[in-house]
Design a protein around this ligand. Structure first.
Ligand code: DP6
Length: 332
């Protein structure tokens, strides 16, 4: 019997320029470039134990044994790694997040980043972080970004079919600017339509998908340029536009992630701007509103979002480090 163990920690990330849509070929290559901020708000710790005596992969998440789709998705990543490394042992995966999953914020980003790094570490593979990011991307593209600290870009995949490595990379360290992301949790947020399905339906059916594909790289370039010169207002305006355009393309076919609370929180953000506090909203595949602001304005932003009826919790998130290998005992 051979046993090999490794563990890793990864933080979530929130995209400020959004990935929404995939290239129309195998391999989970994004159709749009994205730019994210790695955040300390949610941390996932994962331990992977390859054991030649196991008959199948096992996956325990926050103390509960998983079956069906969640386990299959974990198994797919492990199988990619088994093929790449010539291993045939199954693995036991134990993962836990420090944020209550019921709040609906638990993201696949920190999960697949931690899993990829823990599994590569367990097998003792001498992989560069870019290769680990590519492995995570094939399971969930947003996870490719969580391997890195601070502001991170994941380019779009090439237009022509490829099987090449496509990884994220850091564009600015976490202390490049002192900006915060305030998360307004809008109810329990269990997703009606997951992000994979939502973007696939948008790309197949939305009359506005072509417009989104046209606009997204331009907004992305605007964000990147504004970040380089630390222009908060320009960066924030493009952030909000990216989220609104992405959701417009989805809403056009009835893929609606927003609730009444989302709209009220958006309006609170607009009111803040009208009264001189620079704050800009972004929204992912759920009802929660994440508000980008300067550190000095974080308190006033938190106060205004807490006052929105239906907002159950407000979390102030800061830029965090990328994923890292941790001692196996650190996974509860
Ligand atoms: C709205 O990375 O969850 O959060 O690659 O299909 O797993 P898959 O999708 P996923 O999509 C994230 C969508 C988003 C925007 C973003 O994070 O860029």
């Amino acid at each position: 019997m051979t046993v090999r163990v490794g563990a890793a920690l990864a933080h979530s990330n929130i995209a400020l320029s959004k990935y929404w849509g995939k290239r129309p070929y195998e391999g989970n290559y994004p159709a749009t470039p994205s730019l994210s901020l790695t955040l300390d708000a949610l941390t996932t710790r994962t331990r992977v134990r390859f054991d030649s005596s196991l008959r199948a992969d096992q996956f325990t998440l926050n103390g509960e044994e998983q079956a069906d789709a969640p386990r299959a998705r974990v198994s797919e990543l492990l199988t990619r790694l088994r093929v790449a490394s010539g291993t045939d042992a199954f693995a036991e995966v134990v993962s836990s997040s420090d944020f209550p999953a019921a709040a609906g914020l638990a993201s696949s980003a920190s999960g697949f980043a931690a899993l990829a790094l823990a599994a590569v570490s367990a097998l003792g593979l001498d992989w560069e972080i870019a290769r680990v990011s590519d492995l995570a991307r094939r399971s969930s593209a947003s996870a490719a970004r969580s391997l890195y600290a601070g502001f991170v870009e994941l380019p779009a995949g090439p237009e022509e079919v490829t099987r090449d490595l496509l990884s994220a990379y850091a564009v600015a360290p976490r202390d490049h600017v002192d900006w915060r992301l305030v998360v307004a949790v809008a109810g329990d947020g269990s997703k009606a339509v997951g992000s994979t399905r939502g973007m696939n339906e948008t790309s197949r059916e939305s009359p506005y998908y072509a417009a989104w594909l046209d606009l997204a790289p331009r907004l992305h370039a605007e964000l990147t340029a504004a970040l380089a010169v630390r222009d908060f207002e320009r960066f924030g305006a493009a952030t909000e536009q990216s989220a609104l355009a992405m959701h417009a393309s989805a809403i056009a076919i009835g893929v609606v992630y927003w609730s009444g609370v989302t709209l009220d929180a958006l309006s609170a953000v607009r009111k803040l701007r009208a009264t001189g506090t620079l704050a800009f909203a972004t929204i992912d595949a759920g009802p929660h509103v994440k508000v980008l602001c300067r550190a000095a304005d974080a308190n006033v932003v938190c106060t205004h979002l807490t006052a929105v009826p239906g907002v159950t919790r407000v979390i102030e998130a800061r830029a965090a480090e990328g994923a890292r290998v941790i001692p196996t005992e650190e996974v509860p």
